[in-house]
Design a protein around this ligand. Sequence first.
Ligand code: NAD
Length: 494
Amino acid sequence: MRVEAQVETIVNTEPATGEPQPPLTVDSPEAVGAAVAAARRAQPAWAALSFERRRDVLLRFKDELLRSVDEVSDVLVREVGKPRFEAFTTEILTVADLTRFYAQRARKLLADERLPLHLFPHKKSWLRWSPRGVVGVISPWNFPFSIPVGDVVMSLAAGNAVVLKPSELTPRVALKARELFTRAGLPEDLFRVVVGKGPTGAALIDAGVDQVVFTGSVATGRKIAEACGRRLIPCILELGGKDPAIVLDDADLERAARQVVWGAFANSGQVCASVERVYVERSVADRFTERVVELTRSLKQGDPSKESVDVGAMVSPVQLDLVKRHVDEAVAQGARALTGGSPAPGPGRFFPPTVLVEVTQRMTVMREETFGPVLPILAVADTEEAVRLANDSAYGLTAYVFGSRRRAEAVADRLVAGSVIVNDVLFHHGLPESPWGGVKDSGLGRVHGLHGLKDLSMMRHFNTERVALPKPWQYPYGDVWLKRLRRAFAFLLR
Ligand code: NAD
């Protein structure tokens, strides 16, 4: 009797309508292995190309992307429930800019680096940044284009091949990205996409990739670190956040309120660097909160395909339930929702932008990542209390400070986070030159920036001799050389 292998599929529902999307087939571990093997075969020829040839392909991808804005936006709107404006600005534009940035600069950024030696002027050392081979990218659903495609572009710019495992909630936009690369002339096997859930991601690590770039939750990040540890391959971990914003009493309150509202509700609050908690100095707390509530009430939530909509839907029922639980729990413990507070009736998944006051630092909504359109505001006695509470967290991705520049910069220096931003929010993920990543539970390593590009490369040290001088550290040892060495080093290390 022949037993047919069962084909696993993924069926997601559209966030804004609840309508089921056509099923997608999950890649088996064998298919994942074949994708990695194909990428490995394709990589040496890509690595052997000059930076200029690689640049040309990446620039063609950028052009193809700019020609396909509507095509990519449509997928993002349907699959993620993201407003059209955000699909363009935070996903497409950022990738187009990052691609041009690295296509044009990879040669210079990855050029050999002289390493001046302080003791041996007759020798010459340099560092060389070579491709690692096949990079496995495992990505989340909240920025399903800009996060993985940024990693893909940088990996390719450094001479690697890539296999991407997108989130099971948003595989279509990753497949669209591959289509654009293929149209741009990238060899097909150099960038492969495998579809599936957690086990497909685990299979990707086990299939022999040379490095993993993971973006997702802390819980999964720990599993990735373990799996990479077993294989002794490097991993970059971009994990969750519970990012605080401090509003000082000398802040421009109108600007602070506008930024905080955007930072909390953009992408329906499903941003790792969202403003997830606010500490405002008591003397300005009422004025600031009133303005935040006014601005929040003026936001238009609804059909993300409409250009005038500010806040879209939530990606999954699980995420919607988590947000509801955080808000319900806070309210049961004494918090008050000044606007919003409970999900809108279905079938779409909408949670109205919610402002909570009378929260305490112990509430779940102030401690765990909510990842939804919820903004808890806590009035504090002074700057000391604000800094103490902002740092009282397991996370350390980003922190924000609003205030007069000099004072805000001094406070910024005391905040423990991978990025600390003064008088603005969120925009820094769009800066290709700045390293992105967290401290504490928010992750390890960096993407973007020179550090991110070098992390995608294998660093090798080379040393050669300009002049062949005698080597006092060789055999035979003998007391004459020892005496000379002791005299010489007594002088050199004086
Ligand atoms: P998640 O951890 O559930 O999943 C992330 C990816 O890992 C998915 O593709 C998933 O299929 C895969 N995965 C799950 N189990 C796996 C396993 N055992 N082995 C290999 N892969 C596995 O996260 P999510 O819900 O998709 O994303 C939300 C989280 O991502 C939030 O915590 C958010 O803060 C974080 N995030 C962080 C950043 C950042 O830059 N620091 C950016 C965006 C999102």
